[in-house]
Design a protein around this ligand. Structure first.
Ligand SMILES: C[S@@+](CC[C@H](N)C(=O)[O-])C[C@H]1O[C@@H](n2cnc3c(N)ncnc32)[C@H](O)[C@@H]1O
Length: 288
């Protein structure tokens, strides 16, 4: 083989590796910073790329979820890695949904788009700029915890799953997606076969009624219940469930600090600013 052929072969191999690292697996093998940087980069185009259809979202997401929590008049919901607010929007558009939603993501730009779309719903939904790896809520808090199309993009999906289960109340409902198809095989350590995922949920996390259903081309929808029983949390406001990022106390209160306000911890006096779009910027907490 001549030099030119070798160079061309090398360039093609490098292009394939880059395509796999940056496009196919969305930076997950390069670290959390790269994943979030890519989502920030694509945030304004995300909804157009995904082409979520409101009729499908209503039919295949919001209604099935509501049906499974219909025994709770106004559930308290946590949506982890909410992106541009897909799940909160789908639920809040349902006339039958009376609950409250806390939604978080680590891409500030995805949250900005979510804030814009969710503004008409006021304080029925709050948005936190916060990583999925450490959820700032006490154990056994939420009636419903969801994490859609995101587990395969976190550094350690099993650790995040443990966090989701920790903050779900006993008897509460967990709704996840599991990637399938060729993409899943291209993401070793991040995507699971359905059999492995089911084993993980049942055996390692001790969940009940695990149900993996056909859903979209790339994903299955996964339902599971946390064992035990605790009465429904109901539509609690954020200050009753949010732990201070500095001292961990559930003692955050909204305050008027500047044009956009913020949240101050009554215990350690840490201050968490709120962006002009209403997103709570947990990563910018100061003092305490
Ligand atoms: C494919 S999008 C899914 C968004 C939304 N759940 C949906 O179904 O449209 C994946 C989301 O996960 C978020 N994400 C990735 N890693 C994260 C992490 N460690 N903590 C919080 N969010 C994360 C990204 O910023 C992105 O918004």
């Amino acid at each position: 083989m001549g030099r030119i052929e070798l160079l061309i072969g090398g360039a093609v191999a490098a292009a394939v590796v880059l395509w796999w690292l940056l496009i196919r697996t969305e930076g997950v093998y390069l670290g959390r910073g790269v994943v979030i940087w890519l989502y920030d980069l694509y945030a304004r185009r995300y909804d157009r790329i995904k082409q979520y259809d409101p009729v499908n979202e209503d039919h295949f997401l919001a209604r099935p979820v509501l049906q499974r929590v219909q025994h709770i008049p106004a559930p308290l919901v946590l949506d982890v890695a909410t992106g541009t607010g897909r799940l909160p929007l789908a639920l809040l558009e349902q006339p039958g949904f009376q609950g409250r939603i806390v939604a978080l993501d680590l891409s500030r730009k995805m949250l900005h788009i979510a804030a814009d779309k969710l503004a008409p719903y006021g304080d029925r939904v709050v948005l936190l700029h916060q990583p999925a790896e450490t959820l700032p809520f006490p154990d056994d808090t939420f009636d419903l915890v969801t994490c859609l199309e995101a587990l395969e993009f976190v550094m350690c999906p099993v650790d995040v799953l443990r966090e989701l289960v920790r903050v779900l109340r006993p008897g509460g409902l967990l709704v996840l997606t599991n990637r399938q198809g060729i993409d899943a095989r291209l993401m070793p350590g991040h995507a699971f076969s359905h059999a492995r995922f089911e084993r993980l949920l049942r055996k390692e996390l001790g969940l009940l009624a695990v149900d993996i259903q056909p859903w979209q081309v790339d994903y299955r929808l996964v339902w599971a219940i946390k064992p035990g029983y605790a009465s429904a949390a109901g539509p609690l406001p954020l200050d009753q469930v949010w732990c201070c990022p500095c001292c961990g106390a559930v003692a955050m209160l909204p305050v008027d600090t500047d044009a956009h306000g913020g949240w101050r911890c009554l215990d350690c006096e840490a201050l968490v600013p709120v962006g002009a779009d209403g997103v709570i910027e947990v990563g910018r907490a100061a003092g305490g």
